[in-house]
Ligand binder design. Structure first.
Ligand code: NAD
Length: 486
């Protein structure tokens, strides 16, 4: 990564080299859009082809590298990411807008993920079976897929990349990685840590390009064996259709419309705090963010009072400032989308109890949205059905526990869901009946641990799981071997 006077100039990393280019794009700060955080050279389809060729060339070497040596690379990368966490987290905040604390913690999480897969590389990679024949040694082993394309969104720019790239390379695959256009600086930091840890040429290739320009090549090329994608449903499903036609293995983790149910017996202080965290932190831009709040009638008034009080007091501001709790949304387009949802909510009859507008005064230049609580929402309203990706909690009233579960399940999404109650029986029934890949009791819908499987149900996912031991399932395939010993 070449560094100019003040603004870093970034490029793709292909076949072991940083690449410059002739077309450039600006990476700007959503808190102060006139501030250019970095500039980067846009990759084109030809560079994407070179990245695939580089990953293909490196694959036999990397597949043949003993697993402990692969693990050692991951361990060194983890140490470097940890060492640089403050600087990486700061740049992450400057280009994405989450608070500095969130940026640094996300970076440290990425380091933990690399450390975890360094160890996973040494786990058993097959089973032995008794054979029907006395002289046959029968076993299975898992092998890497080959070249894997990794496509990541902007909202967790380092940890989602880590939870795909770390297992991919730990298990012997080589990677072509296309991060979201809004976060090239964080991507360059991650690549640099891998390079400084001793990444062999071609094992990970970074393509900084637009989906519309490089997406087709990196998802349909004959040498790409698998695609791990996190992002929107529209892009993910279109990509899946094309890749499936070419018999590629595809993993999708997509959007959510995550419910939190608050029952009448809940600890309301806890419920309000956790709902607010799930709905407002990271400006609501988490796939697991709480978006629908379903509250039993008996506690609607005290819950709304608590939630609105939090929305009105949590500080919205410069994400680098120590006292800021909520930063801006990531881009002007995202700001327009969120404000559009709020207009639609009002026109469909919702009442704004807190927030409901973009930031003013000092915040007027950035893409800030005040944390928003909506009441009077109907289960048929757009704001209750579609993913918003902004700091907005839409509240509806449920007449009973059963109705609350039915409302929670009445969505095409199924990523995460919470319930707040002191009744263990109801908590267990909720865990059983809710159609979501991540279920929480008395905790926010967001926030996951890296050593357990993660993924959604219904349209939120392609059905496979990421993270923990589940990652090996996607990034390797099974071979069954019969050895006849004459
Ligand atoms: P997006 O779908 O716009 O972009 C995701 C990635 O796809 C980016 O790298 C983008 O450049 C790339 N892309 C765009 N067009 C492409 C094409 N034609 N071919 C190949 N790649 C293409 O999503 P986003 O706005 O970056 O992220 C927000 C979305 O991601 C939300 O819907 C959110 O719920 C979802 N998300 C899901 C999870 C999860 O684990 N389920 C986690 C984080 C975010």
């Amino acid at each position: 990564m070449a560094v100019s006077t003040s603004v870093p100039e970034l490029g793709s990393f292909v076949a072991g080299e940083w690449r410059s280019g002739t077309r450039h794009a600006d990476d700007t700060n959503p808190a102060r859009p006139s501030e250019v955080v970095a500039q980067y050279a846009l990759a084109d389809a030809d560079l994407a082809l070179q990245a695939i060729a580089s990953a293909s060339t490196a694959f036999p070497m990397w597949r043949g590298t003993p697993a402990p040596a692969r693990g050692e690379l991951l361990r060194k990368a983890a140490a470097l990411i940890d060492e640089r966490a403050e600087a990486i987290g700061r740049d992450l905040t400057r280009e994405e807008g989450k608070t500095l604390g969130e940026g640094i913690r996300e970076t440290q999480l990425a380091a933990n993920i690399f450390r975890y897969y360094a160890v996973q590389a040494l786990d058993p990679d097959g089973d032995t079976y008794p054979s029907a024949k006395a002289n046959v040694f029968l076993y299975t082993r898992r092998e890497p897929l080959g070249v894997v394309t990794v496509i990541t969104p902007w909202n967790f720019p380092i940890c989602i990349a880590a939870w795909k790239i770390a297992p991919a390379i730990a298990f012997g695959n080589t990677v072509v990685w296309k991060p979201a256009e809004l976060v090239p600086l964080t991507a360059a930091h991650l690549l640099r840590a891998l390079v400084d840890a001793g990444l062999p040429q071609g094992v990970v290739n970074l393509v900084l390009g637009k989906g519309s320009e490089v997406g087709e090549v990196i998802t349909t090329h004959p040498d790409v064996a698998g695609i791990s994608f996190t992002g929107s449903n529209a892009v993910g499903r279109a990509l899946q259709a094309k890749a499936a036609a070419k018999a590629k293995r595809v993993q999708l983790e997509l959007g959510g419309k995550n419910p939190a149910i608050v029952l009448a017996d809940a600890d309301l202080d806890l419920a309000a705090d956790q709902v607010a965290r799930g709905a407002f932190l990271a400006a609501g831009q988490k796939c697991t963010a709480t978006s629908r709040v379903i509250v039993e009638q008996a506690v609607i008034a005290p819950l709304m009072e608590r939630l609105s009080a939090i929305a009105n007091t949590w500080k919205v501001g410069d994400p680098l400032a120590a006292d800021t709790i909520i930063g801006p949304v990531v881009s002007e387009a995202q700001l327009t989308t969120v404000l559009g949802f709020l207009d639609r909510a009002r026109s469909e009859g919702a009442r704004v109890v807190a927030g409901g507008a973009r930031g003013t005064g000092d915040l007027a230049d950035g893409y800030f949205v005040k944390p928003t609580v909506l009441s009077g929402v109907k289960a048929t309203d757009t704001v209750f059905r579609e993913e918003i990706f902004g700091p907005v909690a839409a509240v509806v009233v449920a007449d009973s526990f059963d109705q609350a579960i039915a409302m929670a399940n009445d969505t095409r999404y199924g990523l995460s869901a919470s319930i707040f109650t002191r009744d263990l029986g109801r908590a267990m029934r909720f865990a059983d009946q809710i159609r979501a890949g991540v279920v929480k009791v008395n905790a926010e819908t967001a926030g996951i641990e890296y050593h357990v499987p993660f993924g959604g149900m219904k349209e939120s996912s392609s059905g496979s799981r990421e993270q923990g031991k589940a990652a090996r399932e996607f990034f390797t395939e099974s071979k069954t071997v019969y050895i006849n010993i004459p």
